[in-house]
Design a protein around this ligand. Structure first.
Ligand code: HEC
Length: 130
């Protein structure tokens, strides 16, 4: 009995001491808390929740949400929707191009002020750099 227990302990401690290679896939949902302000990632202030989602909900979803059908889309292509962070990130380059460059074409009329578009452009830059 004692022998079995100590054998187990050796195996256990060897496993714990083994060098581990971080798996990048593990990082996706992890909130990394910076140890000090100087280490803070500026992109922490430009997240889907704080910048991306409010922008597309306010300025794009009326025509582009997958929930919006037929004539209510006002001509927005059925295939172009970005309701979730994953969908928006996948289209980020295109969204930035139509909504956050110097002469934006989306939304087709009106739209956010330059500062709001600039914040969205920063979000696009952050997710594109991931
Ligand atoms: C009033 C309805 C309406 C709103 C609001 C709107 N769109 Fe559109 N969107 C359209 C229409 C119509 C088209 C297709 C015609 C075109 O490409 O100009 C389109 C096309 C697009 C395309 C495809 C462009 C291409 O060239 O294939 C993207 C990307 C897009 N919109 C993004 C956005 C974003 C981002 C917003 C919010 C900032 C937005 N749209 C807001 C109506 C809208």
């Amino acid at each position: 009995m004692r022998k079995a227990a100590s054998t187990w302990l050796v195996v256990w401690s060897a496993a714990c001491g083994a060098p581990t290679t971080p798996d990048p896939a593990d990082d996706t949902d992890e909130v990394v808390v910076p140890s000090g302000d100087s280490d803070a990632d500026p992109c922490d202030d430009y997240t889907w929740e704080t910048v991306g989602e409010p922008f597309v909900l306010t300025w794009c979803a009326a025509c582009h949400s997958a929930e919006v059908k037929g004539a209510q889309r006002q001509g927005a292509p059925a295939s172009v929707h970005f309701d979730t962070e994953a969908e928006a990130v996948a289209l980020a380059g295109e969204l930035g191009f139509v909504a956050a460059r110097d002469a934006p074409t989306m939304p087709p009329s009106g739209g956010p002020d330059a500062a709001t578009r600039a914040r969205f452009a920063t979000w696009v830059g952050c997710v594109s750099a991931r």
